[in-house]
Design a binder for this molecule. Structure first.
Ligand code: NAD
Ligand code: UFG
Length: 342
């Protein structure tokens, strides 16, 4: 019998790619999403890639009664992958209470039903934002967690603590937190990808929208950082590689191969790229020209961060496999597909 995995936020960017990988690895999936940052058509994309439409329940995880009803309906959930959260750093500074309410309430409700309905395993979406600007690069899982620079970042730090407290109180529960670096790209089929609402905040969707003609130019935020070419350095990880790590993490928990009831892994490539390197690699991969202009630094940005991924390599047997060039090409193909300019 196939194991049933609950994917919260499964119509979102990383969740939808993970649902595809789960299905392709023989799992049954049920998605909970309230569609506050995604569209139901994503389910068609998942079906057209895998031939399987995941079960889907549209409701807000902050509604505990509704979540309990859900657990009575889907009795045999073996693990939860918890993606659902609000995630815009800048917005979280403007409406912190909405972020604290949504991200904590949904997590607390899930942890509650895990106890009540004997769901033993959780994989949690954390972020490299918990490290702030690290003192040493690359950043390992042992690097200190720095004071969060935004309410969003704070929700990730405190969520990790909440999960650990619950595990300490209930030995039946196990969890893995995955700290993502910068996820980019889209499924190679161009049937699912990132759908930023309004003006994109992140580099790659802004870049692809510039090249397709929606934005006049890419704004490069600062060329005076203490980095080789002066622009910011990040560890850009292909979303499909990232999704695969979730399947491995779920299997690790199901097969009880975890070394501790709570584990943390960095998920990145282990290599940092500057904004200029991203522009050049995109141009090489696609043959398109990127129009850009230097702007002042963006408040809150750090100069450089990239992962030490040796723990995930060793313990999960996982490694990011896709080149930056291939990854940027998928982002471009997705941009063209959603603008019907294939
Ligand atoms: P996303 O916004 O595309 O997906 C999140 C999904 O959760 C959306 O479909 C949204 O509708 C849903 N959702 C939010 N609150 C909900 C609620 N209360 N009830 C039900 N559904 C709800 O985001 P993503 O980029 O796929 O990110 C997934 C997770 O990974 C998030 O927890 C995010 O904080 C984390 N993360 C993302 C990045 C990144 O750069 N994308 C980096 C590090 C960590
Ligand atoms: N950048 C630009 N122009 C843009 C957008 C970004 O030059 O239009 C630069 C930034 O200054 C930075 C780099 O490109 O140097 C990457 O910026 P992103 O906004 O794409 O990503 P961040 O590293 O700032 O943040 C992302 C997510 C956060 C998450 C963090 C770590 O947006 O939610 O990765 O996981 F917390």
């Amino acid at each position: 019998m196939k194991s049933l995995i609950l994917v919260t936020g499964g119509t979102g960017y990383i969740g939808s790619h993970t649902a595809v990988e789960l299905i392709e690895n023989g799992f049954d999936t049920v998605i909970i999403d309230n569609l506050c940052n995604s569209k139901p058509e994503v389910l068609d994309g998942i079906e057209s890639i895998t031939g399987v439409k995941p079960y889907f329940e549209n409701f807000d995880l902050c509604d505990l009664d509704r979540l309990r009803q859900f657990c009575k309906k889907y009795k045999s959930i073996k693990a939860i992958i918890h993606f659902a959260a609000l995630k815009a750093v800048g917005e979280s500074v403007e409406i912190p209470l909405d972020y604290y309410h949504n991200n904590f309430e949904s997590l607390i409700n899930l942890l509650r039903v895990m106890g009540e309905f004997d769901i033993p395993n959780m994989v949690f979406s954390s972020s490299c934002t918990v490290y702030g600007q690290p003192d040493k690069l690359p950043v390992t899982e042992d690097s200190p967690v720095k004071k969060a620079s935004s309410p969003y970042g704070n929700t990730k730090q405190i969520s990790e603590e909440i999960i650990q407290d619950v595990i300490a109180a209930n030995p039946k529960i196990k969890a893995i937190s995955l700290r993502y670096f910068n996820p980019i790209g889209a499924h190679p089929s161009a049937k699912i990808g990132e759908l930023p609402l309004g003006v994109p905040l992140n580099l790659v969707p802004y870049l692809t929208q510039t090249v397709i003609g929606i934005r006049p130019e890419l704004r490069v935020f600062g060329n005076d950082y203490d980095t080789p070419d002066g622009t910011g350095i990040r560890d850009y990880i292909y979303v499909v590689d990232l999704a695969k790590a979730h399947v491995i993490a779920v299997k690790r928990l199901l097969e009880e191969k975890n070394k501790n009831p709570y584990e943390v892994f960095n998920l990145g490539t282990g290599r940092g790229y500057s904004v200029f390197e991203i522009i050049r690699t995109f141009e090489k991969a696609t043959g398109e020209k990127v129009k850009y202009k230097i702007y002042p630094r963006r408040p809150g940005d750090i100069a450089a961060v990239y992962a030490d991924t040796s723990l995930a390599n060793r313990e999960l047997g996982w490694k990011a496999e896709t080149s930056l060039e291939q990854t940027l090409l998928t982002a471009w193909n997705w941009e063209k597909a959603i603008r019907n300019k294939k």
